[in-house]
Design a protein around this ligand. Structure first.
Ligand code: GLC
Ligand code: CA
Length: 537
């Protein structure tokens, strides 16, 4: 495949409101991100992805946008952003922004105008429907509400929302709306940003057949509807192809065959994607399924499209808690999971804090949570008469707040995140788990990430190499190869709490990276090793 800068890049995701607060208001800010750019650079990342910082009532932490052209006060000012961007570029870092164009906030001027009357010139920017038998048009749910339809009393119609009631979906069938979006994308690209992470981008086209569905909880009807590829091809033609930028689409509900349609280079839509087969199908670790997913995506995209590797982000519980061991093996386990994302085919994404092995949280009361997805679901279930404690417990493991607690910089007050009251409680384990402490450890997670990233940068086999699963059936061990030309990497990981026999004959002299000091032929719990050989050896 054609070699490009972004295929070789490592992305560091900054959830800025939880990264570093520089004015004591309890929210991280763009100035905080700017101050920590050297930290991100030192880690070895190439691209910084910033979650949305546009003007927003913040019902869904910035994913409900009221002005696409302005910076929200909590984040700072446009000048702050420009300074951040300049300094990132000066350090050789690229910056990509979140593009949230499936929906706006219900406080966006377009929506305020649209809802005022059926004759409004902006009415068609959103999706409206008359009541059916005095109620919602069908039984479809939304991500954050029991119905994707909300009645709007003044103009007497329902509007469609894939997420919260406060996030009305835009009507991509409207040509003028599409041009408004393209213009906004050019505005940011002309400022010099290097691309977009595109929020739920495969939801833009809506299903035309409005019949009830059998299982409203399986939300796949919200995504991948006819027309989506035409919109993305148009966006590429109108905007993307004119810039040297990268795009990564958030694409839920796709198999590799469907995913390829979004990233096949010959189709000119997106560069790469996040698929959700791991996040959606594996609430906890499932070795067999994980290996299958990796093989299927490798085969499915091979030579035609590019994948991404991530095991957590701002919507998903921290990986060492969800998929590893965040107790006695936290450090080794954090490194093992990193080994996977940095050596499997596709671009690695690091979510802030992952590089020091930050863990998820369990708060005692629903009042300590802020995630709108969790709170709405909690209220819905409790209203049905279910035991509140049981409902809370059922939602804790996957609450999005698990990954949104403030970044742990030091063991000082509020983990060095803020001098004020943080918008969300700091994980109490900050006393032990923080950047300052991690970097001082001999077995630092941060330093292991640095080594992994450097290894990947010095060997294209880890980027463009062929992938072969060597142990498809093993329930505890991973073993796979990445080969390119005469270079072969063999990666062996013990994803379990027990010691395991080493499965192959490998020359110990070819070991290039290991997450635990161990010369034994047996693999310790959560041990990861990378071997490299040249064909001549
Ligand atoms: C994406 C975002 C998530 C947000 C949702 C609605 O899934 O990652 O945080 O709530 O889209 O915009
Ligand atoms: Ca602040």
């Amino acid at each position: 495949m054609k070699q490009t800068w972004w295929k070789e890049a490592v992305v560091y995701q900054v959830y800025w409101r939880s990264f570093l607060d520089t004015n004591g208001d309890g929210y991280g800010d763009l100035e905080g991100v700017r101050q920590k750019l050297p930290y991100i650079k030192e880690l070895g990342a190439d691209v910084v992805w910033l979650n949305p910082f546009y003007v927003s009532p913040d019902r869904d932490n910035g994913y409900d946008i009221a002005d696409y052209y302005k910076v929200m006060d909590k984040a700072g000012t446009m000048e702050d952003f420009e300074r951040l961007l300049d300094e990132a570029h000066a350090l050789g870092l690229k910056v990509i922004l979140d593009l949230v164009v499936n929906h706006t906030s219900d406080e966006h001027p377009w929506f305020l105008e649209a809802k005022a009357s059926q004759d409004s010139s902006k009415r068609d920017y959103y999706i409206w429907h008359d009541p059916v038998n005095g109620g919602a048009p069908n039984n479809w749910r939304s991500y954050f509400a029991p119905s994707c339809w909300e009645y709007e009393a003044v103009s007497e119609q329902y509007y469609y929302h894939s997420f919260a009631v406060e996030q009305p979906d835009l009507n991509w069938e409207n040509t003028t709306l599409r041009q408004e979006i393209y213009q906004m994308m050019r505005f940011w690209l002309d400022k010099g940003i290097d691309g977009f992470r595109m929020d739920v981008i495969n939801l833009l086209a809506k299903r035309k057949n409005l019949s009830d569905v059998d299982n409203p909880y399986d939300l796949s009807y919200l995504a991948n509807n006819p027309g989506i590829h035409e919109y993305l091809q148009e966006m590429h033609e109108e905007v993307l192809r004119h810039y040297d930028c990268m795009t990564v689409g958030e694409i839920p509900f796709v198999t590799p065959e469907e995913g390829l349609l979004y990233v096949d280079e010959s189709r000119r839509e997106l560069d790469t994607l996040f698929h959700f087969q791991i996040a959606d199908e594996m609430p906890t670790w499932d070795m067999h399924r994980f290996k299958q997913i990796q093989r299927d995506w490798y085969e499915g995209l091979k030579g035609r499209g590019w994948n991404s590797q991530f095991l957590n982000n701002h919507d998903h519980t921290r990986q060492v808690t969800r998929y590893g061991n965040d107790r006695e093996h936290r450090v080794a386990s954090a490194k093992l999971l990193a080994t996977l994302t940095h050596t499997l085919p596709g671009m690695p994404y690091i979510y802030q804090g992952e590089e020091i092995g930050m863990t998820g949280v369990t708060f005692d009361s629903i009042d300590d949570y802020q995630d709108i997805a969790m709170i709405n679901r909690y209220n819905e279930e409790v209203a049905k008469g279910r035991d509140p404690r049981a409902v809370l417990e059922s939602l804790q493991l996957l609450s999005r707040d698990n990954s949104r607690t403030p970044m742990q910089w030091t063991d000082e007050s509020q983990a060095g995140f803020t001098t004020g009251e943080p918008w969300m409680s700091v994980n109490p384990n900050y006393v032990d788990v923080n950047v300052e402490a991690d970097i001082q450890r001999e077995d630092s997670v941060f330093r292991y990430y640095q080594q992994l990233i450097q290894l990947r940068k010095s060997h294209k086999a880890l980027i463009y190499g062929e992938f072969t699963d060597l142990l498809p059936e093993d329930e505890a061990l991973h073993g796979y190869e990445r080969t390119l030309g005469e270079i072969r990497f063999t990666i062996i990981l013990n994803h379990s709490d027990e010691t395991r026999e080493f499965p192959f004959e490998l020359d110990p002299k070819t070991l290039v990276l290991q997450n635990i000091e161990n010369n034994d032929t047996r693999l310790l719990p959560h041990e990861a090793r990378i071997y490299m050989t040249k064909a001549a050896q």
